[in-house]
Design a protein around this ligand. Structure first.
Ligand SMILES: NC(=O)c1ccc[n+]([C@@H]2O[C@H](COP(=O)([O-])OP(=O)(O)OC[C@H]3O[C@@H](n4cnc5c(N)ncnc54)[C@H](OP(=O)(O)O)[C@@H]3O)[C@@H](O)[C@H]2O)c1
Length: 247
């Protein structure tokens, strides 16, 4: 999917849409996409005003740049004034920003793929419920699209499947940020080795790429899908470059 595929539609953001980490590897792509959906209300935040301004200049419909360290409680509290939605692109393992959003009734989206970060936000569930505010998690590729595709596929079956197998093929040539690269390296270190339950590689057919050997990888989508679908789920990873996958 590209930004060109985002259909124009009217969305009421209920205030401005603050993108934390808006100058990061993911944030600088996300902010212009949000500008297409909710024009004129996107605010790009970075600890560096110049980096925020450079991204804000690429946002269709106009955007504001703010200098903000999300871990500074006074600055964050000030920045949340008049904000309807926060999109957090900064790793926040304590769920600090989520907690402030729940208190203030600000809608919260966390793009993290990190299970620890997602768990910290989930731990604030009662706070979000108390303030009647929504938090949306697992919004990327895996977790994210994989959760939706697997749920959709299972919903089309007449009977519950014995298990769900997901294959993810990532591009090695893409520009990943430090957080994204760290998450991949940590996942590779933690991935189950050898054969056994969930540990088997699997030959998986990917459209346009053909059959690739994919290896179990601790994507967090598996945890949530096991709970929501009630069947064993394994997500495997390979790269577009077979030599990198083998390594
Ligand atoms: N679901 C998926 O499929 C998927 C895929 C890829 C990545 N992700 C997630 O996307 C998020 C962003 O990844 P990324 O690769 O874009 O990250 P990144 O470029 O390394 O960092 C994003 C921003 O975080 C801010 N930051 C870093 N360290 C900080 C600190 N100590 N205090 C305050 N701010 C700090 C920086 O903002 P400034 O320096 O500009 O202030 C940086 O621009 C991660 O949570 C990652 O897990 C999800």
């Amino acid at each position: 999917m590209t930004t060109r595929d985002v259909p124009p539609r009217e969305v009421d953001p209920g205030g401005s849409c603050l993108v934390l980490g808006g100058a990061g590897a993911v944030g600088r792509h996300l902010a212009p996409m949000l500008g297409q959906v909710v024009p004129g209300v996107v605010v790009v935040a970075s600890r560096c005003r110049h980096r925020a301004a450079a991204v804000a200049a690429t946002v269709q419909g106009g955007s504001t740049a703010v200098q903000l360290d999300p871990h500074d409680p006074i600055a964050l509290s000030e920045a949340l004034r008049d904000v309807g939605t926060v999109v957090n692109c900064v790793e926040d393992p304590e769920g600090w920003v989520a907690g402030r959003c729940a208190e203030r009734g600000v809608r919260y989206v966390d793009i993290s793929a990190n299970a620890e970060v997602l768990g910290a936000v989930e731990a604030r569930r009662a706070d979000f419920l108390r303030s009647g505010t929504t938090a949306v998690l697992s919004v990327g590729v895996a977790p994210g699209l994989t959760n939706l595709l697997a749920t959709h596929a299972v919903s089309r079956l007449a009977e519950a499947p014995a298990r769900v197998e997901i294959g993810v093929l990532l591009g090695t040539g893409e520009a990943h940020g430090a957080a994204g690269a760290r998450w991949t390296a940590e996942g590779l270190a933690a991935a189950p080795r050898g054969r056994g339950a969930g540990g088997n590689p699997r030959l998986t057919r990917f459209p346009e790429f053909g059959a690739r050997r994919a290896y179990p990888f601790p994507f967090s989508d598996q945890e949530h899908l096991r709970a929501t679908l009630g069947v064993p789920v394994t997500t495997r990873l390979c790269f577009d470059n077979p030599a990198v996958t083998a390594a």
